[in-house]
Design a protein around this ligand. Structure first.
Ligand code: ACO
Length: 378
């Protein structure tokens, strides 16, 4: 009998072509449609990056202006989306809220069953524009705060923070938030994007694919890790009065102990990158800016200690979720809202992949190797 090779977790399997992004672990680079993500994060607003991912090229001034107007006029949630959110318990996970909201948006869509590229692009743009209101609405309802309506004189990132906190965020905070959105937008065939492609491959609609992708993103081995990072910081204990060095010593000891107990520490490691995540240096700069803005050096001490101890013990490097978690914490987001923020960004990459899958579809249906009982009879 010939031995079948089983690729657990599809590790190392190349499942299809994509032009949306290229992850190169050797050069530690990530390109969106050919552009290094670091350059995009330094120079473009998130709206332009979204158009790049969807269209394959940077927008002209007119294209960007047109999209900005579209985005600003589609920020409000439809009444039954708000009602559906209101029916959900305030102690359920916000990812459940995000998943439900997108599902209701799909049910509302009169073009749900249309899948030509032009229609799907409009669906993607509407999701992009409306999802921030889901996050903002949900965080505020959990805190017992009134809803804050969007403002069309603010850009995507400014308005996101405005709707969540009810005040205009300082420029540095807006910039760090924008950088996080750009970095989270796309990462080739990660688990949630692959999920979206699997659903699309059956010819199901775009909202079904995005709803399924949200389910895949929720887990702590994927997007849920940014929330889990903050839980680690909380478990170690955040002590504002501590010096950076004191905090680093405590977190280093915590990590040594966690690794001795063979715990997995979220925010570290990656299936593709083995020498560090290409997005981390840029996100770390954004975190540094927030630490300085809020005067919270001790948080960086916790960060440094964990990173150093993991590196010394196992040589495993942080992934994007590691600097993103404390960045969102400093901005004032509740910890459970961190992964929904990832949804807001990744909607761009998911929908770009959905359209790419649709354009050159083949049903995704792998094989399995049977290891149950031999044939038997009643
Ligand atoms: N903490 C402790 N040990 C780790 C970690 C970690 N975060 N990551 C990997 N390892 C160890 C494993 O225990 C294993 O060790 P062993 O060979 O002694 O058993 C070895 O490194 C290989 O780990 P795998 O989990 O088999 O590697 P895989 O490629 O499947 O894992 C993954 C990638 C799932 C991301 C893993 O590193 C992990 O679980 N990290 C924590 C979750 C996380 O941060 N996910 C976010 C991913 S990035 C993103 O979604 C933006």
């Amino acid at each position: 009998m010939t031995e079948t090779t089983v690729y657990k977790g599809l590790a190392g399997v190349v499942a299809d072509y994509t032009a949306v992004s290229k992850v190169n672990p050797e050069t530690n680079s990530l390109l969106y449609q050919g552009y290094p993500v670091q350059q995009l994060a330094a120079e473009l607003n998130f709206e332009a990056v979204a158009l790049l991912l969807w269209n394959g090229d940077l927008p002209s001034e007119d294209e960007l202006k047109e999209f900005v107007e579209f985005e600003r006029s589609h920020r409000t949630l439809e009444p039954n989306v708000r009602q559906a959110i209101d029916l959900l318990p305030t102690d359920c996970h916000p990812m459940d809220v995000g998943r439900t909201a997108v599902s209701v948006m799909g049910a509302n869509d009169p073009d749900s069953e249309k899948s030509d590229r032009a229609t799907e692009l409009v669906k993607a743009k509407k999701l992009f524009a409306a999802f921030p209101a889901v996050v903002a609405y949900d965080q505020r309802r959990r805190r017992g705060q009134d809803v804050v309506e969007p403002r069309d004189d603010l850009d995507y990132s400014q308005n996101f923070l405005w709707m969540t906190f009810g005040e205009e965020a300082p420029e540095e905070v807006v910039d760090a938030f924008r950088v996080s959105m750009v970095l989270y937008a796309e990462h080739s065939f990660n688990a949630s994007t692959f999920t979206a492609r699997v659903v699309t491959s059956t010819l199901a609609d775009l909202h079904s694919a995005v709803t399924a992708a949200i389910g895949a993103l929720k887990g702590s081995l994927h997007g849920g890790a940014n929330e889990a990072v903050m839980h680690t910081f909380e478990e170690i204990g955040i002590r504002k009065e501590e010096t950076r060095e004191e905090a680093a010593a405590r977190s280093k000891a915590w990590m040594e102990n966690a690794l001795a107990e063979k715990r997995k520490v979220m925010g570290f490691g990656h299936r593709v990158y083995k020498h560090g995540d290409s997005r981390v240096p840029t996100m770390k700069e954004a975190l540094d800016a927030m630490v300085e803005h809020y005067g919270r050096g001790e948080l960086m001490g916790l960060y440094d200690g964990l990173e150093a101890a993991m590196d010394e013990a196992k040589g495993i490097k942080p992934n994007l979720d590691y600097p993103a978690g404390p960045t969102y914490h400093l901005m004032g987001f509740d910890t459970e809202m961190f992964t929904p923020l990832f949804i807001a960004s990744r909607i761009t990459g998911w929908t770009a992949h959905i359209m790419e899958q649709r354009a050159n579809n083949a049903l995704i249906r792998p094989l399995s190797e049977y290891n149950g009982p031999d044939e038997r009879h009643l």
